[in-house]
Design a protein. Structure first.
Lengths: 254, 332
């Protein structure tokens, strides 16, 4: 009997531990009813019965299934009235389309007439599951005096062979003034930007169409190109701070 | 000594004053280096294809990842497009503002199209795009790109140079129709071997039977709805026995556009003939998608052109050698 009394607390302890484990297991695995109804979050409210959201790669020892984002049951166009396909089923894996710019502020600081200044940054694109991409660029206007009208004109490169927004030519003459860019790297038109001395002026919004500076017709992973911005002013350039805004637009192919 | 001390003191004061003035001047005149703000954004999915009946609605989540090292203030907007290049890159037209843009909105309670919102560094945001097509909407395709752009309403006045803005897009191809796959008109054009690799007589291309050859083709959508380039490229004998089969990469060809066809490996249709391949064959591209069936074929004749040329050169050399060898004998 005394021995039994000694054992009892041990049994109770074991039971207690078992009970706790059971409670945890049942709490974790008990089915929770899910209702397809109005979805609420601090950031959005959806009052629709179907929301299309991504899946991923399902694997087991006997199969691997790649899925794209899409409605749960396809082929119900007749009853639901829509069919949604998101992403590209034939491109794996399902990685997002991404675009990176290493520096958004191209600040030349003090400019010296007749002494060209250059700055660079890097554009990087990963197509992910898209099948190709392009990067276009356009500026809002030429470099313009803050609170003024004076401008630093867009470059036309060396006089011997002038450049345009779609045709790069050498710009090495320090007596040729203006603002332009060179681009070197992956997915760049190297037959136009032959080397680092070849420049183009930026296209201007409401005057020109955006110009393509990077393009690939297929999957790209970390395709990177370095843009060099060059500025050269004349001695008669009005003093002050000159600014503009340049836009880079990266779009995937469809 | 007593005379010198005040002199040194006043000299110290002057030097200190000059140093302060110099520092102030340098600070004012020196280049104000702008902080190197980076930008990295990712969007998924990069493409949304929807077939929808008038009077119906759908929603689609677009996940935006801010991969840069600081909070980004962004703006989401829909920019329509009506055309694309032959590689499926949309030609955006921000000035085009069709009425159907009103069909789209964001279901997010705190984010609207055209209004700035923030994503903290390393964080993601889901944009819940809602498309509600009115019952009286015309049957047509709607093409737009969801552009997520950096937002800046002012530029730092001390910046001497350019402030960059970045945009990243995801394409939307929407077909509004009562039918799942409304018919369209697709043509295969410019189907031919690589220029310079053949001799053309009429509609027949004569090719060398040991030289690899590349075939090019475009698909032109003259209809009103998007088509898909699902199909097959094959080279077969006139009796129908295939010697080469390649899948055509399923790509979308939007209404009124042209697209270059490529194979399932995203490459041109390359074919390496064998030495025994001699005679007449056909190269054919067939497109069988949900709303269009079309095909195009060209006649090919594979001949051992290089081998014959080599043989001819060899025989010529042999004849010359024989002639040269026999002439001295005749002279003797």
């Amino acid at each position: 009997m005394p021995n039994f009394i000694k054992i009892l607390p041990k049994i109770k302890k074991t039971k207690l531990i078992t009970l706790i484990i059971n409670v945890i297991v049942f709490t974790l695995f008990i089915p929770v009813p899910v209702k397809a109804d109005t979805l609420l979050s601090p950031s959005y409210t959806i009052q629709m019965s179907s929301i299309n959201i991504g899946a991923g790669t399902a694997t087991s020892s006997s199969y691997a299934l790649n899925t794209t984002i899409g409605q749960t049951i396809q082929g119900l166009f007749g009853t639901t009235g829509y069919l949604v396909k998101a992403g590209f089923q034939y491109v794996h894996p399902l990685i997002p389309f991404s675009f990176k710019i290493s520096n958004l502020n191209i600040s030349f600081g003090t400019l010296v007439p007749g002494s060209p200044s250059s700055l660079s940054n890097t554009l990087t694109v990963t197509t992910g599951s898209a099948h190709g991409y392009l990067v276009n660029t356009i500026e809002d206007h030429s470099l313009r005096l803050v609170n003024g009208t004076a401008t630093i004109p867009n470059t036309s490169c060396d006089l011997a062979l002038t450049c345009t927004i779609t045709d790069a030519t050498p710009w090495t003459d320090p007596t040729r003034y203006g603002f332009g860019y060179n681009i070197q790297g992956t997915d760049v038109n190297t037959s136009d930007f032959v080397n680092s001395t070849y420049f183009r002026p930026f296209p201007v919004q409401n005057v020109d169409q955006p110009v393509t500076i990077m393009q690939r017709n297929g999957v790209a992973t970390n395709s990177a190109a370095t843009v060099t911005y060059k500025i050269n002013i004349s001695g008669s350039q009005a003093a002050g701070t000159y600014q503009n805004s340049i836009q880079y637009i990266a779009t995937p192919s469809f | 000594m007593n005379i010198i001390k005040p002199y040194i003191k006043s000299n110290y004061s002057s030097i200190s004053l000059l140093a302060v003035i110099f520092t102030i001047v340098i600070f004012h005149l020196s280049t104000s280096l702008a902080f190197a703000q980076d930008f990295e954004l990712a969007v998924y999915p990069p493409l949304l294809r929807v077939n929808i009946k008038p009077g119906k609605s759908i929603t689609q989540v677009f996940k935006i990842d801010n991969l840069s090292t600081e909070t980004q203030t962004l703006v989401a907007r829909l920019v329509p497009f009506t055309g694309a290049d032959q590689f499926g890159n949309p030609i955006l037209d921000p000035t085009y503002q069709p009425k159907w843009l009103e069909y789209f909105s964001l279901a997010n309670s705190d984010i609207q199209l055209g209004k700035p919102f923030e994503i903290a560094a390393g964080q993601s945001q889901q944009l819940v795009l809602s498309l509600s097509v009115p019952s009286a909407a015309p049957m047509k395709d709607l093409y737009a790109t969801l552009l997520i752009s950096t937002y800046a309403n002012t530029i730092d006045t001390s910046l001497q140079g350019s402030s960059l803005t970045a945009s990243i897009g995801s394409n939307l191809l929407i077909t509004v129709s009562t039918q799942l796959s409304p018919a369209t008109i697709l043509k295969i054009t410019d189907f031919s071997p690589q220029p310079g690799s053949y001799i053309q007589i009429g509609d027949t291309y004569i090719l060398d039977n040991i030289t690899p050859v590349t075939f090019f083709a475009n698909a032109v959508n003259d209809g009103d709805f998007t088509a898909e380039s699902k199909g097959l490229f094959k080279i077969q004998s006139f009796s129908g026995n295939p010697v080469q089969l390649q899948s055509v990469l399923p790509q979308y060809i939007i209404a009124g556009s042209q697209r270059k066809l490529i194979n399932g490996d995203s490459e041109d249709f390359n074919f390496t003939p064998s030495i025994g391949l001699i005679g007449g064959f056909q190269a054919q591209i067939e497109i069988h998608s949900d709303n269009v069936n079309t095909s195009s074929q060209i006649n090919l004749i594979f001949l051992p052109l290089k081998a014959l040329f080599g043989l001819a050169v060899g025989l010529s050399l042999l004849l010359i050698i024989i002639n040269l060898s026999f002439k001295p004998l005749e002279n003797q």
